[in-house]
Design a binder for this molecule. Structure first.
Ligand SMILES: [Zn+2]
Length: 191
């Protein structure tokens, strides 16, 4: 039996959902695509189904992921974009050969040039990263307020004041920590 793998964190922005496959980068990091098959699974959930993935393709994916993370972090903090990371994003974007098609229901679908072209799927993710880093889409790149996370996320809230990459994980943990701290304080003042 295969071991249990960590769940995926799903979001509405492809590029930052992808960088979220490694979480807690500044704490006990959780690798959510530890094997080529888990990358296949992640791509399927995100509308980029491939039928196989090699170890080399997984390496390409992780290199792209960390390059997007580094570049998005620099963009969020208004630092100069790291040249080598930008180079990786551009390479993946250039080498992808996926095409967008419109379904009869009016939805966009990605068609890969072949079912084993993980590179095509990575090209779609790289292009998505470029569109948010370049400010082409409505929203703002920001970093998660959790000190062990610091994930780059794309804030599309109206006020642009979102603090956490994910309300269900980092946001909740912070709320719980604050609640416990208050409980302790209250218990202390009752003595
Ligand atoms: Zn977070």
């Amino acid at each position: 039996m295969p071991a249990e793998f960590p769940d995926f964190r799903l979001g509405s922005v492809l590029a930052t959902s992808f960088t979220g496959t490694l979480s807690e980068r500044h704490g006990n990091a959780v690798e959510r695509i530890p094997t080529p098959q888990r990358l296949v699974d992640w791509l399927a959930v995100n509308g980029l189904a491939v039928d196989s993935c090699t170890t080399a393709q997984l390496d390409l994916a992780r290199e792209l992921r960390e390059s997007i993370h580094a570049t998005a972090t620099a963009a969020a903090t208004q630092d100069a974009l790291p040249a080598s990371a930008v180079h990786v994003i551009n390479d993946r974007s250039t080498q992808g050969r996926a095409t967008a098609v419109l379904t009869p229901e009016g939805e966009r679908q990605w068609r890969l040039s072949s079912a084993s072209r993980v590179e095509d799927a990575l090209g779609v993710i790289a292009a998505d990263a470029i569109s948010i880093i370049a400010g082409e889409r409505d929203g703002k790149l920001a970093l998660c307020a959790s000190p062990t996370c610091r994930a780059a996320f794309f804030d599309t809230s109206r006020s642009r004041t979102r603090r956490w990459c994910d309300m269900n994980t980092c946001g909740n943990r912070e709320k719980k920590a604050r609640f416990n701290a208050n409980q302790r304080k209250n218990a202390g003042s009752a003595e």
